[in-house]
Design a protein around this ligand. Structure first.
Ligand SMILES: [Zn+2]
Ligand SMILES: [Zn+2]
Length: 243
């Protein structure tokens, strides 16, 4: 488990815990409001016990389980955690077919079957969700899967497998779409500022300068948007410094 500390005020209002699990080292994040102790769990993987210990140790009142998409490793712990916390489960409706077939894919990957669950709420568009004092903006980002989304909480961006530290998500799995993914990467660029921290589905959380330096797809989308002057001024300041 690692606690992540970040730099802006909205970050300071939240605590983020990361639990890595499984063959693909999937990241589950637990985001907790410091003042209210209300929290959301993003993509619970297989380490349900560890997640439960964090919730208990830090007095977290879990209000929602937010799924960035329905791939096996991101939903492994959902059924057990929902039972434990009574939290509502959110998934974009376009990933429902993936979820329904998750055990067919599990078989193909020689993974144990998952306990089935049905989401409590289906996301259909970009929208804002409020969980007590936590405001979560949903961005639909198809490409890695049809119903992939990012969740923005303050300056924290939980991007699932749409953007990884050194690449974008794979598109060769069922429902993957390279063209849609390109569009989604462009859609995310205006959300990237000096204060943003990206929390990917795999690999370490990172800031915008390091992801632009390390990730060719994000860099070219970033530069293209800058050329079109669609980026707010703090991005300009950053790109000047980065040279
Ligand atoms: Zn995935
Ligand atoms: Zn993944």
């Amino acid at each position: 488990v690692s606690t992540i500390t970040s730099k802006d005020e909205q970050h300071h209002a939240c605590e983020v815990f990361r639990v890595v699990s499984g063959r693909w080292r999937e990241n589950c994040y637990i985001v907790v409001s410091r003042p209210s102790r209300h929290g959301v769990i993003i993509d619970p993987g297989s380490s349900v016990e560890e997640i439960g210990q964090i919730l208990h140790a830090h007095g977290v009142k879990t209000l929602a389980i937010l799924l960035t998409h329905a791939h096996y490793d991101h939903v492994e712990g959902v059924a057990a955690l929902r039972e434990k916390t009574q939290a509502r489960v959110y998934l974009h409706q376009e990933d429902l077919p993936l979820l329904r077939n998750v055990n067919t894919y599990a078989l193909a990957w020689k993974l144990p079957p998952l306990r089935a669950f049905v989401p409590d709420a289906l996301l259909a568009q970009d929208e804002t969700l409020n969980f007590a004092d936590l405001e979560v903006v949903v961005l639909h980002l198809p490409g890695h899967s049809p119903g992939s989304v990012a969740y923005a909480i303050g300056q924290m961006l939980f991007v699932g497998d749409t953007i990884l530290p050194h690449a974008v998500g794979r598109v060769d799995l069922i429902g993957g779409n390279a063209k849609a993914l390109d569009t989604s990467v462009k859609k995310i660029v205006p959300w990237l500022s000096d204060q943003t921290t990206l929390f990917p589905g795999h690999g370490d959380p990172c800031d915008v300068p390091s992801i632009v330096a390390a990730n060719e797809k994000v860099r070219s989308a970033f530069l293209e948007a800058r050329a079109g002057e669609q980026i707010p001024t703090d991005h300009w300041a950053w790109s000047l410094r980065a040279g």
